[in-house]
Write a protein that binds this ligand. Structure first.
Ligand code: G3I
Length: 385
């Protein structure tokens, strides 16, 4: 099957997955069909969850989640199961969790999440195989230019094989663009680039495909949304990388747009610039996934109603522009409830108030962001299977 055929069948399966019914045999090979839990999406009744409203348009909605809160917080777990059609492990499949030592794998947290997702009729994303963060302590002492390719290959082979048939898509390479690296190709000087050279990108995709031919293989990155010099340089570097990989027959099948947004940069979002980039990507035959959407709300007033409205407007603006392109098949936020957003630790507000960035508040009540996402799905063109 060539890449275009794959994308067609992947889309059909993804659309089936979005309407949620498992029929039993595999994942992107046509295994997921409509699911009773999402019947509202197809029965003509009012769709009442983000999952169902997405599915009604052939889209998948989901979020990043972690075993800890999904185990300890029953209200959060119930909301997650109700609203999400797909789950991305926030930490459980990164090297820092998966690789306690150079020779061992700790699959227990990832397996728990995968099984929790499956038991709630949710698809499961793999995140991530080749990343510059979440590096285990033993790595620097153990991995060197002589053995790095073997370490990466064996990790990808082992992990992708372990989850083969259970993963909707893999973020094979994560955050490889860094236009400040000093490299003319704009690639990040990650440890893999330093140890192996830039071929680790193509190699990682080939190894992933060999181990799990049915997972959609994604290049996932951030910082493409704004009409400014930094985003423009990142867009150009990404387009050049994708063209090079595809020209060499590398099985990259989708671009993941993390979509970590900044309220203070809203004036720099120009839909036409963003949509041109998405079209350049989809014209290459690639699917597009919005993988980690959220908004840093520093600079916005503390007043909750006004802040929520402004954050929701950012979601509306970006999702409306993105969903106009039918290659966009997945929308995920990076966490479902503000209670567990990484931004509470990484982008604190100067007034000390909680960051209000995700669809649900601390009490699992829907906020303006929730309505903005749902309305963007309601207004989106239906994806064809
Ligand atoms: O588990 C340890 C804990 O034992 C320790 O006490 C604590 C002290 O700081 O650290 C804990 O580890 C943290 C880990 O998350 C688990 O919560 C790390 O410090 C922290 O750096 C790590 O951050 C994660 C980050 O990726 C790095 O892996 C964030 O939670 C996670 O949201 C973030 O996710 C990334 C995506 O993978 C890629 N795109 C950007 C996104 C946000 O940065």
């Amino acid at each position: 099957m060539d890449r275009r055929q794959f994308c067609g069948s992947a889309m059909a399966a993804v659309t089936g997955a979005a309407i949620g019914r498992r029929t039993g045999t595999g994942l992107l090979g046509g295994v997921w069909g409509p699911e009773a839990g999402d019947a509202t999406a197809t029965s003509g009744q009012a769709a009442s969850t983000l999952r169902a409203r997405a599915a009604a348009k052939g889209l998948l909605f989901g979020s990043a989640g972690s075993q800890g809160p999904l185990t300890s917080d029953t209200a959060y777990a119930a909301a997650f199961a109700r609203e999400c059609g797909i789950l991305t492990p926030e930490a459980e499949l990164k090297w820092g969790t998966l690789r306690p030592s150079p020779t061992t794998y700790n699959f227990a947290p990832g397996d728990w999440l995968q099984q929790w997702a499956a038991s709630n009729s949710m698809l499961f994303r793999g995140h991530t195989l080749d990343f510059w963060q979440s590096v285990p302590g033993w790595f620097a002492k153990t991995v060197n230019p002589g053995n790095a390719a073997q370490f990466l290959q064996s990790h990808i082979q082992t992990v992708c094989s372990h989850y083969a048939g259970k993963v909707h898509s893999w973020d094979v390479v994560n955050e490889i663009i860094d236009t400040g690296s000093g490299r003319p190709d704009g690639l990040r000087n990650s440890m893999w680039t330093q140890l192996i050279g830039p071929d680790h990108i193509a190699d990682a995709f080939r190894w992933a495909q060999a181990a799990d031919p049915n997972a959609l293989l994604v290049l996932n990155d951030f910082g493409f949304e704004y009409a400014n010099a930094d985003s423009d340089a990142r867009r150009q570097a990404m387009l050049a990388l994708l063209a090079k990989l595809l020209g060499a027959g590398v099985p990259v099948q989708a671009l993941g747009l993390q979509t970590h947004l900044f309220a203070g940069m809203t004036a720099q979002f120009k839909p036409a610039v963003y949509q041109t980039f998405l079209k350049q990507v989809s014209d290459m035959g690639l699917k597009i996934l919005i993988t980690e959407m959220d908004v840093q709300d520093r600079g916005l007033p503390g007043d909750t109603a006004s802040r929520d409205a402004q954050i929701a407007a950012i979601y509306t603006q970006v999702l409306t522009a993105a969903l106009a392109n039918p290659a966009v098949i997945v929308v995920e936020t990076w966490g479902l409830s503000d209670k567990y957003s990484w931004l509470q630790q990484h982008a604190m507000r100067s007034d000390g108030m909680e960051v209000r960035t995700l669809p649900l508040d601390d009490g699992m009540q829907p906020k303006a962001v929730y309505n903005a996402i749902g309305q963007a799905f309601d207004a989106a063109p239906t994806r064809s299977s």
